[in-house]
Write a protein that binds this ligand. Sequence first.
Ligand code: NDP
Ligand code: MG
Ligand code: MG
Length: 341
Amino acid sequence: KAKTYYNDDADLNYLSDKTVAIIGYGSQGHAHALNLKESGIDVVVGLREDSSSREDARKAGLNVLPTAEAAEAGDIVMILIPDQHQADVYKKEIQPNLTEGNVLAFAHGFNIHFGQIEPDPDVDVFMVAPKSPGHLVRRVYKKGSGVPCLIAIEQDYTGTARETALAYTKALGGTRAGVLETTFEEETETDLFGEQAVLCGGASELVKQGFEVLVEAGYQPEIAYFECLHELKLIVDLMYEGGIERMYYSVSDTAEYGGLTRGTRVVDSSTKERMKAILKEVQDHTFADEWIQENKDGLPRLKSLRSDLSKHKIETVGRELRSMMDWIDEDDEEVVETAAE
Ligand code: NDP
Ligand code: MG
Ligand code: MG
């Protein structure tokens, strides 16, 4: 069972004479910067020279510096830019400005676990990974609560890395909900597996192929869209609130019987075997090597896959149908709001 920490296990004093540099002001960056600042922590935000986020951060009352200067000012440097750009920015702007006893922090383990960033031995390295998008991290904090977070300690030069990580998580709001301890390896591998096999990859292919089966059988694409994609949200919300049992409790007995008897025919033990193969590619670095190379090549495969998807009937029909549903906010704030209640 994972070790869990709450407010009483964390002491903000570990941050009291420290400056936290938040590098990046995107989904996670804005939430970390603002939550920490409102928790009384001294925060600076590091952004690239031509950053489009500078205005937003300044307007929110934050002290914005060029990345290298922020890294120099920070005793704790939290890197919150996209994972594929972190190694470059680390080498050029951050590493030269870290001094003995500083902390290098992450919200995801990819770069450390796959050796893209190799920190000097005289700094602490930890992860504070909220288990939700940044906008929810911010919204829930403002309501006086927090989202569950993971922490992991990779390097403990000072002897106080765990205390500092817990203090950071408390300032972020995470200890209000509960903080689970993991490792960079476990967080990275489970995160990649989850998004590939289940959340992003598995779920969307299930939806697409279900849609294709109905359309190829002569049903109207609009109807297929509602049945295979639109209603998925309702089902996922039920699972989120009360597990799979709650979902089956809420749907009709017909849906329950049909789902329990047919679902295992669609996703069966052969699917599980292929999931295991995907996990193995995560564990043996095949996926990471491929993704790093894809970035070096300028994302040819990703761009072509994006373009294929954009032309798929489920997307073209979906764009039209969603324009009829004026309560849907394309920026997803609605979904985030709902999840935050
Ligand atoms: P975002 O894509 O939202 O980050 C955007 C920020 O990064 C912007 O400030 C942007 O700068 C800056 N940025 C982008 N490219 C570069 C670059 N090449 N050089 C310098 N700055 C750059 O990131 P996320 O918040 O999604 O992710 C940050 C970290 O948090 C990642 O490690 C991710 O895995 C992790 N994480 C993300 C979660 C999420 O839900 N999004 C959940 C948990 C962890 P500009 O303002 O100039 O455009
Ligand atoms: Mg991920
Ligand atoms: Mg994830």
